[in-house]
Design a protein around this ligand. Structure first.
Ligand code: FES
Length: 139
């Protein structure tokens, strides 16, 4: 979260984020997803605003519209710089279910329908600074 008071806490090395990985860090009960794009580091809470899946297991992409973090569970997308929700969960069951039984297909379709009915919220972002190779987050 943005804030004016707090403590800068080291959470990662900039060099370890250069690969494009999302690092999960838990400090004082705060679960954070730390990542870097084009040499700049960012931090969001590590809980999706839909059903709390770990965003650190998702993906990041630099797009013409900005940095997009995608949840690994149902595909909700977030602005990586602000935590603003860009789109909600994917509404359909996966299309490649040729081998699945009818019962499994119905279950997945029902799960996708219910999942899509759950409201998706923006997620908190945290201020980040880099000091040398240390990535620090304001908590
Ligand atoms: S938990 Fe993230 S999109 Fe559902």
């Amino acid at each position: 979260m943005s804030g004016t008071a707090g403590t800068w806490v080291p959470v990662a090395k900039a060099s370890e984020l250069a690969s494009g990985a999302i690092k999960r860090v838990e400090i004082s009960g705060q679960e954070l997803a730390i990542f870097a794009v084009a040499g700049k580091c960012y931090a969001l809470t590590d809980r999706c605003g839909h059903m709390s899946a770990p965003l650190s297991r998702g993906t990041i992409a630099a797009t013409p519209a900005g940095i997009v973090v995608t949840c690994p569970l149902h595909g909700s997308r977030y602005d990586g710089t602000t935590g603003k929700n860009l789109s909600g969960p994917v509404k359909e069951a996966p299309p490649d279910l040729d081998q699945a039984t009818d019962r499994l297909r119905r279950f997945l379709a029902r799960t996708a329908e219910l999942s899509a009915a759950i409201r998706t919220h923006d997620v908190p972002r945290f201020d980040v600074r880099t000091v040398g190779d240390d990535v620090q987050v304001l908590l």
